[in-house]
Write a protein that binds this ligand. Structure first.
Ligand SMILES: Cc1cc2nc3c(=O)[nH]c(=O)nc-3n(C[C@H](O)[C@H](O)[C@H](O)COP(=O)(O)OP(=O)(O)OC[C@H]3O[C@@H](n4cnc5c(N)ncnc54)[C@H](O)[C@@H]3O)c2cc1C
Length: 373
């Protein structure tokens, strides 16, 4: 019955940054890959400011696995830009503006030590004299990161994928998946695949087979503004980030909101982000627009990677929270090795850490798979 179906090694659901880099990795290894994506403009990846920052949060914590993932991501996006004939990466310095003398001392104590040393280009303890910048306690200049124009990058890849036939811009319906020992068949697309990978971001919650890991949607907003006179030489970071977008435009992000989410039209996020912007510059600004998206956040703030405990044809590649842009490239390489049977996942990111939450009862309540022969 399924003999006229096209056969793929991997069927990926989702072409946000996660699905996009995993598809490229698997295709690069010679696998036959088909990606389904409903290209929603509010997908986290299309809204994200694309910042890759070695520092996380107020306390100057070092970003998880930054040494392994950041240099890899920078090289990755450079190479991808060359391949697509456009540059999507800006290796801009990030100025972490100190909010107090105490923050300044904290950073000075850390800066000389590894792993900080490689990422700190300099520290200003005096007020930073730059037109329109409020930095009375100085700041730390961070290198090794930057920002990626993710929406444009995904659009370029999608054009390539739809033209070459490895991407279908359609909604994938899990209820139409039928499995057997060799993999799955998906009748609406007339395709069979040995493996399926859920790369749906926060919408992985809608995949009936991954309802058990503690994935929580987290709403975020980014404000586009025009601030004539503000330097575009750096990303500013204090509470919020202010990412240069060219021609005097900037993206100010981001809010974090757990359900219930702000309704469409709510001005709360804009007010919060403008407050943060005004903490960094007194220059006049013009609001250009607000974008909202939903992050795939995990309870322990680590990604969710790896095989389903009971369905050997099914894996997940997601849970990237607020760090998908910097984490996804290196982890796609790791997951591709793992799927090829050549490597292990980092235990902190392996979905196996939550297998205890998976139980027969959960599976029983889910749609059962029909078999085909
Ligand atoms: C406001 C905001 C700002 C952010 N800023 C940054 C930042 O500066 N730096 C950073 O690293 N990260 C940032 N993030 C986080 C980052 O966006 C995420 O970590 C990352 O985009 C997650 O990528 P993903 O591919 O897993 O999910 P998504 O981007 O959500 O992509 C999933 C894709 O799957 C598709 N899909 C879902 N279900 C189906 C289905 N049934 N059939 C077909 N397709 C389907 C969706 O439509 C979507 O295209 C930000 C997030 C938000 C919301």
């Amino acid at each position: 019955m399924t003999s006229d179906f096209d056969l793929y090694d991997y069927l990926l659901v989702g072409h946000g940054i996660a699905g996009a880099v995993l598809a490229r990795e698997l295709r690069g290894r010679g696998h036959r890959v088909l990606v389904y994506d409903e290209p929603r403009p509010d997908a986290a990846s299309r809204v994200a400011a694309g910042l890759m920052n070695p520092v996380a949060g107020k306390r100057f914590a070092f970003t998880w696995q930054a040494l392994e993932t950041l240099p890899y991501a920078v090289a990755y996006y450079k190479e991808l830009g060359r391949e697509l004939g456009a540059n999507f990466l800006a290796e801009t310095t990030i100025l972490k503006v100190f909010g107090s003398a105490q923050e300044q001392q904290q950073m000075l104590a850390r800066a000389a030590q590894d792993p900080w040393a490689g990422f700190v280009a300099g520290i200003d303890t005096a007020p930073i004299a730059q037109p329109g910048l409020l930095a009375p306690h100085g700041g730390a200049w961070l290198r090794g990161g930057g920002h990626v124009r993710v929406a444009e990058l995904l659009a370029a890849l999608a054009r390539q994928g739809t033209a070459a036939g490895w991407l279908r811009e359609e909604t994938f319906s899990w209820e139409n998946v039928v499995s057997d020992a060799a993999g799955v068949a998906y009748a609406p697309g007339r395709v069979r695949a040995r493996q399926v990978v859920c790369c749906q971001g926060a919408a992985a919650l809608n995949c009936p087979y991954f309802s058990w890991p503690p994935l929580t949607p987290n709403q975020g907003e980014v404000l586009a503004v025009e601030v004539p006179g503000l330097s575009e030489q750096q990303v500013l970071n204090r509470g919020a980030y202010v990412v240069p977008d060219g021609a005097g435009r900037f993206r100010v992000g981001a809010t974090y909101r757990w359900p219930p989410f702000a309704p469409a039209g709510s001005a709360e996020g804009e007010t919060e982000l403008l407050g943060r912007l005004l903490g960094l510059t007194p220059l006049p600004y013009r609001v250009l627009g607000l974008r909202r998206g939903v992050r795939p956040a995990v309870r322990d703030r680590r990604p969710l990677l790896g095989r389903h405990p009971a369905l050997p044809w099914l894996s997940v590649f997601g849970g990237f929270g607020s760090k998908g842009v910097s984490l996804a490239p290196r982890l796609a390489q790791q997951v591709a090795d793992y799927l090829d049977g050549q490597g292990q996942l980092w235990p902190e990111a392996d979905v196996a850490r939550y297998h205890k939450l998976y139980s027969a009862e959960i599976l029983e309540n889910k749609p059962t798979f029909k078999t085909f022969g």
